[in-house]
Design a protein around this ligand. Structure first.
Ligand code: NI
Length: 160
């Protein structure tokens, strides 16, 4: 068990694309255990390997429900449906934007089984968020233009 350092905003690795895992060996198993420990330590609902500095397509998600931590290796979203307005964050960037309401994703689990999940709500959001990390994308870069608006105060309006 080891807690790994989390790469923070500004670290270039977060913008890099992660590579497919071609073999689930001891190093991968060790990494996955550490990722789960690290996610739990910081009460996160998801963590991508790149966030601990490893460019492999591995994601862990835990919604702290009966399903426990889910390990997704080489995950792919194969279908999305609808839209949900979500808050996603990062305390520094509170914002709302749209994520699919439902996603179907394929991945390999730690035992090498191919799994297909249909996810809704928070799980759909978490899958989208974490898979973005694998492609070097960050949610703060995806905020839909126009949803955050700075406006000039209307001068003189309240003066009379
Ligand atoms: Ni993230």
């Amino acid at each position: 068990m080891a807690i790994r350092n989390i790469r923070l905003e500004g670290d270039e690795i977060l913008h890099k694309k992660s590579k497919e895992v071609d073999k689930i060996d001891e190093r991968v198993e060790e990494l996955v255990k550490d990722m789960i420990d690290t996610m739990h330590k910081y009460n996160g609902v998801g963590l991508a390997a790149v966030q601990v500095g490893v460019l492999k397509r591995i994601v862990v998600i835990d919604l702290y429900d009966d399903n426990g931590p889910i390990v997704l290796i080489n995950p792919k979203i194969i279908k999305t449906k609808g839209e949900q307005e979500v808050e996603e964050g990062c305390l520094s960037f509170p914002n709302k934007f749209a994520r699919p309401a439902e996603v179907v994703a394929d991945y390999t689990d730690l035992e090498g089984n191919l799994i297909r999940v249909k996810a809704k709500e928070l799980l759909a959001q978490a899958i989208c968020h974490e898979l973005d990390h694998l492609d070097g994308q960050l949610f703060i870069d995806k905020i839909i233009p126009g949803t955050l608006e700075y406006v000039e105060p209307e001068l003189g309006k309240d003066e009379k």
